[in-house]
Design a protein around this ligand. Structure first.
Ligand code: ADP
Ligand code: MG
Length: 363
């Protein structure tokens, strides 16, 4: 069963509280059936944007269209959107089935038809047979699934989710991420998902909109956001990184005595930032050589921090700049000389030598 889904078109949506912009002229096109994640730090405007889509917040200006229909003045209950919040917002005095049936009840769907849809919805979230239970008899993960079943029961064409997993512990959260994603693939409704957890966003999304201070900083696939961030804010928010201030000339980025070949063999020149992701750096063995697809530099080992699956090496360039290198812990044994003070040769592929403009970051 695939629901008909709808594209969402957001144009110049603005919302001010006092003198601060919660949303600052946001433009965003969400494709029909897409799983789009709003990712940003606390206070960046994620919830405000979601509640504008749901109809709980009236924007100061701008337009929201579902398909071709302008929605800004349409009240929430006429919007045909399902919504799931972080804190479940279930009715504690009702049974599981009564909770799930509630959206049908307010839409006038009753009797056997309602019962069947409730049961189907509960089966969808793997809670078939739980209908008669009380809410307080459920675990956190089960409560969140009831909230999801309730949001899906009237087969909305748009699903909005605001940090629905953040109250769950890590293991359950990661399990639910995959379940939600699979459910989305089955049902195909346009989904706008909010999180401040970058890994969750990378795991679940077709595309990610990184948001800060009520502005979209970048909109792209998880891979592009991670590997080709547009600015320092996005780069830092989405993963670990070291930044070196560089001068670019003819595709070569210079830092101190080092030069790095970059992918940007274009007109770019002048001041820029070089982004190095720790796990994309490789410590070369003593006999090992890299080839022309790589940049190589040497640095002094400061220390190694064992972190289980991987280990973090901090190395120092001659000017004292610290660069982080992440290595699978299993590879530690391949290197004899990982003692503080050792001089290491480090390689990074030209592909992973990413140049960001020096401006544009907000941190
Ligand atoms: P997020 O969900 O990304 O944490 P929010 O959308 O909740 O961010 O908030 C964005 C900004 O708007 C914040 O600065 C917040 O303090 C402000 N804000 C949100 N709701 C209100 C409100 N009802 N009254 C005043 N300020 C608000
Ligand atoms: Mg929020």
């Amino acid at each position: 069963m695939k629901n008909a889904s709808l594209p969402i078109s957001i144009e110049k949506i603005t919302k001010k509280y006092g003198s601060t912009y919660a949303l600052d002229h946001v433009d965003l096109e969400i494709r029909s059936g897409e799983f789009l994640t709003l990712l940003g730090p606390s206070g960046s405007g994620k919830t405000t944007l979601l509640t504008v889509l749901a109809g709980f917040t009236r924007p100061d200006g701008g337009s929201v269209k579902f398909g071709d229909t302008e929605m800004v003045c349409v009240p929430p209950h006429q919007r045909d959107v399902g919504m799931v919040f972080q804190n479940y917002a279930l009715f504690p005095h009702m049974t599981v089935a009564e909770n799930v049936a509630y959206p049908l009840k307010i839409r006038g769907v009753k009797g056997l038809q309602a019962q069947e849809r409730v049961e189907r919805s509960l089966e969808m979230v793997r809670l078939g047979g739980y209908g008669k239970r009380g809410i307080d008899q459920l675990s956190g993960g089960q409560k969140q699934r009831v909230a999801l079943a309730r949001a899906m029961v009237f087969e909305p064409r748009i699903m909005l989710m605001d940090e629905p997993l953040s109250a769950l512990d890590k293991q359950l959260r990661e399990h639910m991420q995959i379940e939600l994603r699979q459910l989305h693939e089955k049902l195909g409704m346009t989904t706008v998902y909010v999180t401040h957890d970058q890994r969750e966003a990378l795991t679940m999304s077709d595309r990610i909109a990184v948001i800060n201070f009520g502005k979209i900083m970048q909109l792209d696939t998880p891979r592009a956001i991670y590997e080709r961030p547009l600015n320092k804010f996005v780069a830092e928010f989405i993963g670990e990184s070291t930044f070196l201030p560089v001068q670019i000339e003819k595709g070569i980025a210079r830092f101190s005595n080092f030069s790095f070949k970059t992918l940007h063999n274009d007109s770019r020149h002048g001041s820029a930032l070089l982004m190095l992701r720790p796990e994309r750096l490789k410590v070369l063995g003593e006999q090992e050589n890299s080839n022309s697809e790589f940049n190589e530099f040497s640095a002094q080992l400061v220390h190694v921090v064992y972190q289980g699956d991987s280990s973090l090496l901090e190395v120092k360039l001659p000017d004292e700049t610290v660069v982080q290198v992440r290595m699978p812990s299993i590879e530690l044994q391949n290197h004899q000389n990982l003692l503080p003070g050792a001089l290491l040769r480090i390689a990074v592929s030209v592909q992973d030598t990413v140049v960001l403009s020096a401006e544009g970051g907000t941190s």
